[in-house]
Design a binder for this molecule. Structure first.
Ligand code: SAJ
Length: 416
C-alpha cells in the first residue's frame, strides 16, 4: 500500500519505519523542519533502541521518504500529539491541523486512521465531520478508523510487533481494512470494534495504570505512618494470584498516563470520581518527596540538593510531565538550592549539571528517576563528592545496606 504517516514523533516514526520495512511505500510528514533534518542525518531523535538503524535502512532503500508536506496515498495515518491545556482539557489542535493538511490529498476509497489518543467520540464526531466537510461520506466513500498505539517508550519496536491491537472502525469494513494493513507487521492479535469503544479502551488502559499507581502511592504514605516498608508489603501482597499492585514512587510522569485520564475526566466531569482522585494522589507525590527531604534536613532553606534524574522514568530521555521537575519547583518554593543531572535527557527545560557538579557540596541527594546508571553508583565515590552523605531514594533503586555500610543515611520513600 501507499501509506502517508502524518507526525513523525515517538509513534509516527517507528510506525512509518515498520510499514516501510514490511513491503509498503511510506511517506512520513512532519511540520518540524529540524526534526526532518535530524531524521535524515541521524535516523531518529530519541534513544529508542533499534529505531535509528531501522529508519536509516528504509530511508536508504527508498521505502520511506520524509518531508514537511503530505502526498497522495491509499492510507493516511495520523500520529500527532494530543496534550492537555492548562485547564486540563484536551488540546486537539494538532490532530485538527494534521487532518486538514491531508484532506486535499484524500480521494474516494482511501483509508484514514487516527492513532492519537483522543476523547471518546472524536473519530465519529470531529474527524468524520472534517471528512464530510470535504464532500466525502465517512461511512462509504472513505474508511475511517481509530487504531490506538499501545507501545511503551524504551521497547517500542518490539511492542509494535508483539502487542495485540484494537482497531475501531466507523464501519466494520473499515476496521477490517485497517486490520489487513497493520497485520503486515503486527504479530499480536488485532481485535475489531467501533471507533468510540477503541478510543475508550485506549484511555481506560492508561487510567487503569494511573489508578493502580495512585493506590500504591497511597500505600506508601500509609506505610510511612505505620512504620513499615511499602515495598515489602506490596511484594508480599502481590504473591496473591489476583493482586497486582504497581510501584509507588515520586509521582506519575510522561505524556500518556499523567495526561490520558483527563480526557475522560474532562468529558465525564464529576462522574469520573476515582480517576480524578488518582490524578490528585499522584500529582501530590512530588510535594510528599520534598516533605521527606525537609524532614531529613530539618528545613530546606539554603540547603544544596542534588537531583539525580529528570526523565519521567528510567532509561528514557523524556522529561515531559516528569515528577522530578515538580520536585525541583517545590524545592525552589522552599528556597533550597538545587542542581540536577540526567545522562539520558538531551533537551531539558531546566539547566542540567554534570554528575560531579550536581553532587558537589550537596546536603542531600534525591534519586528521582530509576536510570540503571544510578543503581550502579558506588556509594564511596559519590560520598567523596557531597557535603553530607544523605540520600533520598524515591524509586527503591539503591542497595540500602551497601549505602548504609559506606556511611550514608538512606531514606526510602514508603518506609519508616
Ligand atoms: N510508574 C510508577 N509506578 C509503576 C509504573 C510506572 O510510578 O508501577 C510511573 C513511571 O515512573 C512514569 C509513569 O508512571 O513516571 C508512566 O510510566 P509507564 O512506564 O507506566 O508508562 P508510559 O507513559 O511510558 O507508557 C504508557 C503505557 N501504558 C500502559 O502501560 C497501560 C504504554 O503501553 C502506552 O502506549 C503509553 O503509555 C501511551 O502512549 O499511551
Amino acid at each position: 500500500m501507499n501509506v502517508c504517516v502524518i507526525g513523525l514523533g515517538y509513534i509516527g516514526l517507528p510506525t512509518a519505519a515498520m510499514l516501510a520495512s514490511n513491503g509498503h511505500k511510506v511517506h512520513g510528514v512532519d511540520t518540524n523542519e529540524k526534526m526532518i533534518e535530524a531524521i535524515r542525518t541521524t535516523g531518529a531523535l530519541s534513544e529508542e533502541p533499534g529505531l535509528a538503524d531501522l529508519v536509516q535502512r528504509v530511508l536508504n532503500d527508498g521505502a520511506l521518504t520524509i518531508s514537511q508536506e503530505p502526498a497522495h496515498a491509499d492510507c493516511f495515518i495520523i500520529c500527532l500529539p494530543t496534550p492537555v491545556l492548562d485547564d486540563k482539557s484536551p488540546d486537539l489542535s494538532f490532530v485538527k491541523s494534521g487532518v486538514e493538511s491531508m484532506l486535499p490529498f484524500l480521494k474516494n476509497c482511501d483509508m484514514l486512521v487516527l492513532e492519537s489518543t483522543v476523547p471518546p467520540g472524536t473519530t465519529a464526531g470531529l474527524v468524520a465531520d472534517m471528512v464530510r466537510g470535504k464532500g466525502f461520506d465517512p461511512l462509504g466513500d472513505v474508511d475511517l478508523v481509530f487504531a490506538p498505539e499501545r507501545v511503551i517508550p524504551g521497547n517500542i519496536l518490539k511492542e509494535l510487533e508483539t502487542l495485540d491491537r484494537v482497531m475501531g472502525g466507523l464501519t466494520a469494513k473499515a476496521a477490517e481494512r485497517a486490520k489487513n494493513l497493520y497485520s503486515t507487521f503486527v504479530k499480536g492479535e488485532i481485535l475489531l470494534t467501533d471507533a468510540t469503544t477503541a478510543e475508550f479502551v485506549k484511555l481506560v488502559e492508561n487510567s487503569y495504570r494511573d489508578v493502580n499507581i495512585a493506590f500504591a502511592n497511597e500505600l506508601a504514605v500509609l506505610s510511612e505512618q505505620f512504620g513499615i516498608n511499602v515495598w515489602e508489603a506490596v511484594k508480599i501482597a502481590n504473591r496473591h494470584p489476583r493482586v497486582n499492585i504497581h510501584n509507588p514512587g515520586p509521582g506519575v510522569g510522561g505524556h500518556c498516563i499523567a495526561v490520558d485520564p483527563y480526557f475522560i475526566i474532562d468529558t465525564a466531569g464529576d462522574k469520573a470520581r476515582l480517576l480524578s482522585m488518582a490524578r490528585e494522589v499522584n500529582s501530590s507525590m512530588p510535594e510528599h518527596v520534598v516533605m521527606l527531604a525537609e524532614q531529613m534536613l530539618g528545613g530546606l532553606e539554603g540547603k544544596n540538593i542534588a537531583v539525580l534524574g529528570i526523565a519521567y522514568k528510567g532509561n528514557v530521555g523524556d522529561p515531559r510531565e516528569s515528577p522530578a521537575l515538580d520536585i525541583i519547583t517545590a524545592l525552589e518554593n522552599r528556597s533550597a538550592r538545587w542542581k540536577a543531572y540526567d545522562p539520558h535527557v538531551k533537551e531539558s527545560p531546566i539547566t542540567l549539571s554534570s554528575f560531579e557538579d550536581a553532587l558537589e557540596d550537596a546536603d542531600l541527594v534525591i534519586v528521582a528517576t530509576d536510570h540503571n546508571v544510578f543503581r550502579d553508583m558506588e556509594p564511596e565515590a559519590v560520598g567523596n563528592l557531597v557535603k553530607k552523605k544523605q540520600i533520598l531514594d524515591t524509586r527503591n533503586l539503591l542497595d540500602r545496606k551497601k549505602w548504609a555500610a559506606a556511611g550514608w543515611k538512606v531514606k526510602l520513600i514508603g518506609s519508616s
